[in-house]
Design a protein around this ligand. Sequence first.
Ligand SMILES: Cc1cc2nc3c(=O)[nH]c(=O)nc-3n(C[C@H](O)[C@H](O)[C@H](O)COP(=O)(O)OP(=O)(O)OC[C@H]3O[C@@H](n4cnc5c(N)ncnc54)[C@H](O)[C@@H]3O)c2cc1C
Length: 385
Amino acid sequence: MASYDAVVVGTGIIGSFASLHLADAGLKLLVVDRNGLAAGTSRASDGNLLISDKSPDGPMGLLFDMTLDSFKHWDAMIAALGNHCEYDRKGATLATLDPKQAGALRKQVESHTALGVHAEVLKPGDFHRVEPALHPQVAAVGWWPDDRQVQPMLACYQIARHLRARGVDYRFYDELLGIEPGAGGVSLRFAAAPDVSCEWLVICAGVWTPHLLKPLGISLPILPRKGQICVLERSTLVVKTKIADFAYNALVEEIDPDDPRPHTAAIVEGTQSGTILCGSSRQFVGLDQAVDMEVLKLIMRDCVKLVPGLADLRAIRGYAGLRPCTPDGLPAIGPIDDRDRIYVATGHEGTGHGLAAATGAMIAALLTGKPSPFALGCDPRRFSK
Ligand SMILES: Cc1cc2nc3c(=O)[nH]c(=O)nc-3n(C[C@H](O)[C@H](O)[C@H](O)COP(=O)(O)OP(=O)(O)OC[C@H]3O[C@@H](n4cnc5c(N)ncnc54)[C@H](O)[C@@H]3O)c2cc1C
């Protein structure tokens, strides 16, 4: 039986960065996916890497700290492998049409600048210099010039190309069917290829992670939170920054898995190919990934309010993905079995791309016995205590 130091399940953005950091730590790796590369949620999302939407306060402040750490690891990946994934420090604007929200937006900017993050409340005369696409009557705009954007699939491809060239083994279109932890390691049974054994199994299977854990009697509450994007045709409309309605932050934090209704708030992102991505929705409807035209209409209603020029553009397609969401809104990263042989890295909800690089570094630290400042807050076993 072939044997590895670690087997990584999932080639989405989380599995990609976990594999990169584990390979950099010198581990002999096998990376598997039951589909092609990045075939899950990482293929059906936006590509924003944002600090602007994170609150530094309270338990969710962990996401703020982790995002800043992740920015450093994203920069290091690009410096080492080159920029083949449209990584762009283009900045983000958070805007509101509601004058009553201006005070809260200002507070958010002040809380970030106090911690050294570059953020500004724009003067009305500067709104359209920074973001010409915004509605002329917008009431307040915050600007985060260091927020980034990436094409997530290209990032996954770039990492896989690099690791394959370094000799890391990949298996695609082969499903992990059985996990047998033992004292000396873990045995794995696959649908097609022969069994393998490993010291550690690292499950980065997004919303499908609980299905792999269930036969082991381990329960992990990962709630699929559906989101949709409407893609608009190429045009001359310039969207310089990632634009989000300030109301978007509240939408993200309200987690009620018993509410199947779609909730929407505007988020608008130009791409290097010239199309414009309009999002987004949040909805708890199980594993359903069908595109719902009525939800796309709600999304476009919100986006056009903030960016009126979008009304003149044609929609060319829509897609839906499933954000892996936990009940407390924090990721689940770390060992999950009694013997510390099986690790999970999931539960990043709508910020998986933003947190992926820090997550990879954290997984490598944990497997090689180094401390991580995020280990306690992200401990997956908090749900079984
Ligand atoms: C509409 C939308 C917009 C978003 N926008 C953003 C954004 O702007 N910024 C941001 O940071 N995040 C965003 N997100 C969230 C982000 O997309 C996710 O957090 C991230 O993609 C999760 O990545 P992952 O690697 O954990 O999971 P996935 O990408 O789903 O990868 C899981 C992989 O595991 C594989 N797998 C599953 N089961 C098995 C098995 N048994 N055997 C082998 N392989 C298996 C799957 O095939 C898949 O490839 C958005 C999400 C949505 C839906």
